[in-house]
Design a protein around this ligand. Sequence first.
Ligand code: ADP
Ligand SMILES: Nc1ccn([C@@H]2O[C@H](COP(=O)(O)O)[C@@H](O)[C@H]2O)c(=O)n1
Length: 217
Amino acid sequence: MSNSTQKSSCIVIAIAGASASGKSLIASTIYNELKAELGIDDIGIISEDAYYRDQSHLEMEERIKTNYDHPNSMDHELLVEHLQALKSGNAIEIPEYSYVEHTRLPTVRAFEPKRVIILEGILLLTDEKIRNEVDMSIFVDAPLDICFIRRLKRDMEERGRTMDSVISQYNKTVRPMFLQFIQPSKQYADIIVPRGGKNRVAINILKAQIRQLLGQK
Ligand SMILES: Nc1ncnc2c1ncn2[C@@H]1O[C@H](COP(=O)(O)OP(=O)(O)O)[C@@H](O)[C@H]1O
Ligand SMILES: Nc1ccn([C@@H]2O[C@H](COP(=O)(O)O)[C@@H](O)[C@H]2O)c(=O)n1
């Protein structure tokens, strides 16, 4: 539960888990189904990936070497600042990120305060400062081989990667950082969702819990 000292009517749900475990799919399913009940202005999704550190000052060959699965690659300070601003009723500007350029774009996404904010990202539960801002935390538990296959397909189709680069990054950083940081953060989840993004029973339970939390605010 949230340790935030600010009194807020906003509920923050964190969805963590391995890369390509189905976090975005669960987030967008809950978003699409609850927005029909709550209204489009009352629910929103924030991706942790938007908070990768800006690397526009680095050459491309340096950007490629970054370990994007280590907690230090994330500007969690800005994410916490943004969550606190939203809880205080202030709008924020979320950075826009390019997986092709490996840095932030010059553009931002304006985001108004909402009653329900769904956060999704690999490293969310590794950071106590983020955990303190969250009302309910979820860990999506999908087998790593399945995640790898999905990631290979997605990164080649959507993120401008070659098969060799996906395999090399997976062996050098993605898998080791999952084992070192992401998997142990499962202990902080309130709910563990097996089989990833198409677990209908789990999604129904999560929606019911969000409704209950809203009723308590
Ligand atoms: N349970 C599932 N069955 C089949 N495909 C899935 C499932 N969950 C996710 N996917 C697909 O796998 C890819 C990665 O899922 P995504 O939700 O984007 O992962 P994440 O946000 O955890 O990186 C997407 O193409 C998505 O549609
Ligand atoms: N420039 C970047 C930034 C991030 N990544 C990878 O993205 C993964 C997290 O995003 P998901 O949607 O898969 O959760 C993470 O595992 C990073 O390795 C990247 O490849 N390049």
